[in-house]
Design a protein around this ligand. Structure first.
Ligand code: VGL
Ligand code: ZN
Length: 197
C-alpha cells in the first residue's frame, strides 16, 4: 500500500503568510492531481498553541530565524505561525483536503516543536502516524509539500529510519533555505535512503 503524505500546505507557508515559502502555492494544484494515484492520502497540519516555544516572540531579545538551545537540542526560532484555529493554520483554500483519509496535526505541545510527521523535535515523542500506517498496511510513502528543508526533510528521514520505502517529489516541494539548510537536507535525506525525484 502506497500513501501520499502532503506536508503542511497551509496559508502561513504560502505567499502572504507569516512564514511564507517562495512558490509555496505553485504546488497545490499538481498535488491535488497526484492524489488519485495513491491508495491513501494523508495531510499534515502544523498546529501550534498561541505562545508556542518555537516562536521568537516568546524569547526576550531574540528575532525570527535566530537559534536557541532547547532541552532537546538546537531550535530555530520562527515568526508566530500556524496558530491553532487561525486562518494561517488553515490549509491553502485550493488544496483538496476533502480527499484526505487522515489529517495529522503536530506542534501542539507548547514546549517542543515538531517538524516531523512522526516524532516531535525531541526525536522520541510519537505523533501516532507510524501506528496508523502500519495498521493500514501502508509500507510506501511519497512526500510532497512545505518546507523541503524542515518538515518534509524531518518526516522523510524519520519514515526511512522506521523502515518505510520513501520517495520525495522535490518538484512538488518548496524550501525555506536558511544558511544552506536545503543542501544539508538533500544530503541527509539521501544518506537516510530517501529517493529524491
Ligand atoms: C515548518 C518551520 C516551522 C515546516 C513548520 O512546515 O517546514 N517549518 N514550522
Ligand atoms: Zn511550525
Amino acid at each position: 500500500m502506497h500513501a501520499l503524505l502532503v506536508i503542511d500546505v497551509q496559508n502561513d507557508f504560502c505567499p502572504g503568510g507569516a512564514l511564507a515559502v517562495t512558490g509555496g502555492d505553485e504546488i497545490v494544484m499538481p498535488i491535488n492531481a497526484l492524489m488519485a494515484e495513491f491508495d491513501a492520502v494523508i495531510l499534515t497540519q502544523d498546529w501550534h498553541p498561541a505562545g508556542h516555544s518555537s516562536f521568537a516572540s516568546q524569547h526576550a531579545g531574540k528575532a525570527p530565524l535566530e537559534m536557541i538551545e532547547m532541552t532537546y537540542g538546537p531550535q530555530v526560532l520562527w515568526p508566530d505561525h500556524c496558530v491553532q484555529g487561525s486562518q494561517g493554520a488553515a490549509f491553502h483554500a485550493d488544496l483538496d483536503s476533502d480527499r484526505a483519509d487522515l489529517i495529522v496535526r503536530k506542534g501542539y505541545n507548547p514546549a517542543i516543536d515538531s517538524y516531523s510527521a512522526f516524532f516531535e523535535n525531541d526525536h522520541e515523542t510519537p505523533t501516532g502516524l507510524e501506528g496508523y500506517l502500519r495498521t493500514r498496511g501502508i509500507d510506501r510513502l511519497t512526500l510532497v509539500g512545505l518546507a523541503t528543508d524542515f518538515c518534509v526533510n524531518y518526516s522523510a528521514v524519520d519514515a526511512a529510519k522506521l523502515g518505510f520505502d520513501v520517495t520525495v517529489r522535490t518538484d512538488l516541494c518548496r524550501a525555506i533555505d536558511l544558511d544552506g539548510s536545503l543542501d544539508a537536507a538533500r544530503q541527509g535525506m539521501a544518506a537516510a535512503g530517501v529517493a529524491l525525484v
